[in-house]
Design a protein around this ligand. Structure first.
Ligand code: ADP
Ligand code: RBF
Ligand code: MG
Length: 379
């Protein structure tokens, strides 16, 4: 066993954050603020999300009132904002992998606590829209039940106490910087799942930073491993997207032997929230050419540090010509890995070829192969 492994603390229970970690509260909050601020002639700036993520409701409200110079007090803002928010709570979706994680840990009898900077009452309302979740948590604590919210360790200390565990035995899962600091201050092991892209550098105190809950490996922390991976792939609910092939960045991927038939991300904003960036695979249909195996990347291509997310399927077939503008239909059936950065172009290309091999093999498995005949591909 390596030094770092032998020093690593094993966990026996999980303390988990709600907003931004298990559910996409930000999406609904942003929608409301966009409309609300326009009443005052102000425009919601997505970057503002950075400042409020992980804060207590009071802190978040104060930040907004101050930053936008609203002609109302924090109390007045709250009295207008909360009814709007409550009315939309049923629209808050679970984040990718959240349901899977909760069911997995619960199924293995791992004690779980929900510890959130939001109020106890709001936590209860929010999770009531997610079937079966409430019963999976033996402890639920909101910031109105402790003297200080995150980044103070109070919430996690109290959660551990109620689970009858030493904080050092707890694995905290958090999307926000205040939450990570709170977990470390409590003495827990902390995994960060940043809810905003390209923020990894802010999470230096976390024990590990992962891209999404799909990338969590519980066995690294002494917890039961997921059993749903098949030959290095994770099946996902089939996801169908299509559209005309557009011009990409023209980086000469073709020269590298890895041409990718980019799809526009504009039409898929909603779905992209529900699917983390990463490497996926499935089947691709081109109306006049047929159906082909496909491996793809969705995201910012860290190696090139793109500012826009791209959807880039590589069809595993030799074409004699380009097919820009043609209608391309994809059924994405499985996940392979998060996007990564690489020390050289050669190592990026080598990794993409590994992905190709994983995808080619997996797509022969009956559970993935059956989608080849899906009518969507030849519509
Ligand atoms: P761009 O930056 O415009 O996407 P690429 O170098 O990635 O350029 O090349 C992609 C184009 O190459 C596709 O739009 C398509 O027309 C063509 N192409 C040829 N073979 C393939 C393939 N096997 N998979 C994807 N695209 C291919
Ligand atoms: N780009 C990255 O920066 N990091 C990745 O991990 C990565 N993985 C990829 C996996 C596959 C299967 C494909 C098709 C592309 C991937 N790319 C990745 C995108 C790549 O940078 C982009 O297609 C370039 O334009 C290729 O030269
Ligand atoms: Mg391309």
């Amino acid at each position: 066993m390596s030094m770092s492994n032998s020093l690593k603390k094993l966990s026996s229970c999980v303390l988990i954050d709600l907003d931004g970690t298990l559910i996409n509260t930000d999406g609904v909050v942003s929608d409301i603020l966009r409309k609300y601020l326009s009443k005052y002639g102000k425009q919601w700036d997505g970057r503002e999300a950075l400042k409020i993520v992980g804060k207590t409701p009071l802190e978040a409200a104060t930040t907004i009132v101050e930053d936008y110079g609203l002609p109302c007090g924090v109390d007045e803002f709250n009295s207008e904002f909360y009814p709007l928010f409550s009315a939309q709570m049923d629209k808050i979706k679970s984040l990718p992998g959240a349901n899977r994680l909760i069911r997995h840990l619960n199924g293995h009898g791992v004690p779980m606590a929900l510890a959130s900077n939001s109020s106890r009452a709001n936590i209860e309302s929010k999770i009531s829209y997610h079937q079966g979740w409430k019963d999976c948590f033996s402890v639920i604590i909101g910031s109105d039940e402790v003297s200080k919210g995150k980044p103070s360790p109070d919430l996690f200390l109290q959660a551990a106490r109620k689970l009858n565990r030493d904080p050092g035995e707890c694995l905290v899962i958090e999307d926000s910087v205040p939450g990570v600091l709170a977990g470390k201050a409590a003495g827990a092991t902390v995994i960060a799942v940043p809810s905003l892209p390209k923020q990894t550098h802010l999470y230096t105190s976390a024990d590990e930073v992962i891209n999404s809950l799909l990338d969590l490996k519980p066995e690294k922390w002494g917890l039961p491993p997921f059993q749903d991976w098949i030959e290095n792939t994770l099946p996902i609910d089939p996801w169908r997207i299509g559209g005309p092939v557009i011009k990409g960045f023209g980086r000469g991927s073709k020269v590298l032997g890895i041409p990718t038939a980019n799809l526009s991300t504009k039409d898929y904003a909603e779905e992209l929230v529900e699917h983390p960036s990463g490497v996926y695979f499935g089947w691709a249909g081109l109306a006049t050419r047929g159906v082909f195996k496909m491996v793809m990347s969705i995201g910012w291509n860290p190696y090139f540090n793109n500012t826009e997310k791209t959807i880039e399927p590589w069809l595993l077939h030799d074409f004699t010509e380009d097919f820009y503008g043609e209608e391309l239909c994809l059924i994405i059936v499985g996940y392979i890995r998060p996007e990564a950065n690489f020390p050289s172009l050669e190592s990026l290309v080598a990794k993409i070829h590994e992905d190709r091999e994983v995808a080619e093999k997996a797509l022969d498995l009956p559970s993935y192969a059956k989608f080849k005949d899906d009518p969507y591909l030849t519509k």
